[in-house]
Design a protein around this ligand. Structure first.
Ligand SMILES: NC(=O)c1ccc[n+]([C@@H]2O[C@H](COP(=O)([O-])OP(=O)(O)OC[C@H]3O[C@@H](n4cnc5c(N)ncnc54)[C@H](O)[C@@H]3O)[C@@H](O)[C@H]2O)c1
Length: 350
């Protein structure tokens, strides 16, 4: 895979910029420098959560704000309804630019609200969590959960820009930082063996404190996603690769509130790597490297509920098509394959 292909523009000093589909500019660099350059000269309304507002209100203090609650329980149609009502109250119109500042929940919900209000407003993101920077904010998917099923309703709409400033991660809790590492490890397994090796070499404290290293790792992980989205924006082919570990992760999130998204992904990565190894698709030493890296990053790899309970939740995953499901299997570190199989066959793998 070419990470430095034409979609990935250039390295400008300490800034990395990537263009997706010529519609979405992703910048890994300073928010203070980039936000004034990227915000259009028209009315801006900010969507954020109460936590981010406490830490970063001054960054965007001059604009009207809509604040949402915290956690996956806020990623609902109810929250969406509250945002629409607040937009109406604020007199938001089709020329208003929506700026979401926050982690994956804020960008998923705000992206959906913006792309549907008045049939679609332009929007951009300042992504503040590691998971948001390496995954959720990039690629144009947004949405909310319904009846506890993840991301059941949403759109594919590219944000005009995404700013990923690693200095914002200093206020992120250790647990949330670790959560982002799970998606970074996922990207490395999908398509970047060197990123995987870099993660193996760095300890957790170094990752948190070495901004230059972190910036490069974030950029590499985004590059994996950007390059896949460039080829398959609407998930009819290669984009399915990004769901590595997610079938079981979503089932874990559905069955238990003990794990957050990244923790569930880490557990899902471990379980699918072991299954791929049992199936003879992944070599034992590569499987051991995956498990070792996840364990060293501090993840609990034992699922929080019985496997039988998780497998029951799999059928309702929105990626299921009738009785079939698309499963991503690691073949090596840096290479994966997508297989369509009956849900029953998937269950037999465990
Ligand atoms: N759209 C996509 O392609 C995509 C991809 C992956 C994940 N997701 C979604 O992303 C969501 C998870 O995102 P998340 O892990 O960022 O969760 P989150 O948005 O809930 O953020 C985690 C917590 O950290 C806080 N926080 C965020 N940035 C902070 C900062 N800089 N300082 C202090 N606190 C900060 C938030 O307020 C929140 O309490 C899930 O709902 C998942 O489904 C979407």
């Amino acid at each position: 895979m070419c990470y430095f292909c034409s979609t990935i523009q250039a390295l400008v000093g300490m800034n990395y910029t990537i263009n997706i589909k010529d519609r979405s500019q992703v910048v890994v660099g300073s928010v203070a420098e980039w936000l004034p350059r990227l915000l259009p000269a028209r009315r801006v309304v900010v969507v954020s959560d109460t936590n981010i507002d406490r830490h970063y209100h001054t960054l965007v203090g001059e604009f009207d704000h809509v604040l949402i609650g915290l956690g996956e329980t806020s990623k609902t149609l109810h929250t969406l309804d509250a945002i629409y009502r607040r937009f109406i109250e604020l007199g938001v119109d089709r020329s208003t630019f929506i700026l979401a500042i926050g982690g994956g929940i804020v960008t998923d919900v705000a992206g959906f609200a913006a792309s549907t209000f008045m049939r679609g407003l332009e929007f951009g993101f300042v992504s503040t969590s590691l998971l948001g920077q390496v995954d959720a904010s990039v690629g144009g998917k947004n949405g909310v959960n319904v009846e506890g099923y993840k991301n059941m309703v949403g759109t594919f709409t590219q944000p005009r820009f995404v700013i990923c400033d690693v200095s914002l991660l200093r206020t992120l809790s250790e647990r949330e930082f670790r959560t982002g590492l799970a998606e970074m490890i996922k990207s490395a397994i999908i398509a970047d063996e060197e990123l995987f090796s870099m993660l193996e070499k760095a300890d957790f404290a170094t990752l948190q404190s070495d901004a230059e290293l972190l910036q490069e790792l974030v950029y590499r992980a985004i590059s994996v996603k950007a390059s896949i989205v460039e080829r398959d924006e609407r998930e009819s082919g290669d984009r399915r690769l990004l769901n590595l570990g997610h079938t079981l992760a979503h089932a874990i999130e559905k069955c238990s509130s003990k794990f957050n998204h990244g923790e569930a992904v880490a557990c899902g990565l471990h379980l699918i790597a072991e299954a791929a190894c049992r199936k003879g698709v992944l070599a034992k030493d590569a499987c051991d490297r995956i498990t070792a890296l996840l364990a060293r990053a501090g993840f609990v790899l034992e699922p929080p509920v019985a496997m039988s309970q998780l497998l029951k939740a799999v059928k309702k995953d929105k990626k299921a098509e009738g009785d079939d499901i698309y499963i991503v299997l690691p073949k090596n570190i840096g290479s994966c394959t997508v297989e369509k199989m009956p849900v029953a066959d998937f269950k037999k793998m465990f």
